[in-house]
Design a protein around this ligand. Structure first.
Ligand code: AKB
Length: 323
């Protein structure tokens, strides 16, 4: 459900040459194509390059510039940044929480070594760099309800460890070398057109697809597992807003952002209002459940709201927007 929105958000327009030149790594995951669409509307189609190691679908390939980029190949990445005069980089390449546990060496390479390449290239070429972090950067010893920006972070997944590392390295490069590093900790993201790949919060996307396709949904988390969630449009809006915020407004470089928080049972009840025949069963995946049980239940994003005016537009219907 969309709550009161700020119509001024898309209203500014520039000529193409005033705009940042943007590269999105890991662009064929859950968020990249949507982000490219939003940024192209704002900055012009040819100023936003989507990249990945996978082959794009036809409609993605024809929607704007796409380039092969392997973040583990330092020279390839540097060449792309130089040849395309990139000024802003959104670094989305990462293995998520559940797939990361299934392949720790690959997660370590992509999420940590890849980040090192991106940081060095961003610092060398004076880029503004966005790296997403996550509720997964917290762990069982963090306060879970609510979880503030600054508290104990001892995650127990390679994904979480790599994201704490990214937060700290980005901030270190900011203070040490002046890198314009900006980072948001995302909740689970709900999207209709794109699928997440191997996360713990994936069920909240899958339920919609299964409700429409088969009318049957098997949830891999317990019915009462509460996690922070956000609709993709809010996530992309926050990402653009924090990148456009004046540096003076940012009292920190890594912010929690939050919109809603629900359990599988609550989400199922909501979906059943629209698809009453939907049957939901539970078959708990122990790995995912252990991860979810160590993550925040509610996210405190008061610093983002205060510093750069973050405000979500989408809630579950019963919830009141705090915006
Ligand atoms: C995951 O579940 O791993 C991701 C996340 C919350 O970072 N969606």
């Amino acid at each position: 459900r969309q709550v009161a929105s700020d119509a001024s958000f898309h209203s500014v327009s520039f000529s193409e040459s005033d705009h940042p030149r943007v590269l999105i790594t890991g662009g064929l995951g859950q968020l990249g194509v949507g982000l490219a669409k939003l940024l192209r509307k704002r900055f012009g189609k040819n100023n936003v390059i989507l990249s990945d190691i996978r082959k794009p679908a036809d409609h993605v390939f024809h929607s704007g510039p796409f380039i092969y980029s392997d973040i583990l190949d330092y020279k390839n990445l540097r060449e792309i940044v130089v040849n395309n005069r990139i000024t802003w980089l959104f670094h989305y390449s990462a293995l998520l929480s559940a797939v990361g546990e299934a392949n720790v060496p690959l997660a370590r390479a992509v999420n940590i070594t890849g980040l090192h390449n991106v940081l060095d290239i961003a610092a060398e070429h004076n880029l503004r760099l966005f790296v997403p972090s996550t509720i997964g950067a917290f762990g069982p010893t963090s306060p879970r309800d609510p979880t503030p920006d600054l508290c104990i972070q001892r995650p127990r997944t390679i994904y979480g460890v790599s994201k704490v590392h990214a937060e700290l390295m980005g901030e270190y490069y900011h203070y040490r070398y002046g890198l314009d590093f900006r980072c948001l900790r995302y909740p689970g993201i709900i999207s209709a057109d794109s699928q997440p790949g191997g996360g713990t919060t994936d069920y909240a996307v899958q339920i919609f697809h299964d409700a429409m396709k088969t009318g049957k949904f098997q949830c891999n988390l317990k019915p009462d597992t509460r996690l922070p969630m956000m609709y993709i449009d809010d996530c992309l809006k926050a990402t653009l807003e924090v990148m456009e915020a004046p540096a003076e407004a940012l009292s920190m470089r890594t912010y929690n952002i939050s919109a809603m928080s629900f359990t599988p049972e609550e989400l199922a009840q909501e979906v059943q209002k629209h698809v009453p025949e939907l049957q939901v069963t539970y078959n708990v995946d122990e790995v995912r459940q252990a991860i979810a049980d160590s993550w925040p239940m509610n996210f405190d994003d008061s610093n983002a709201r205060r510093d750069w005016g973050w405000k979500h537009d989408y809630d579950l219907p019963e919830e009141e927007s705090r915006g």
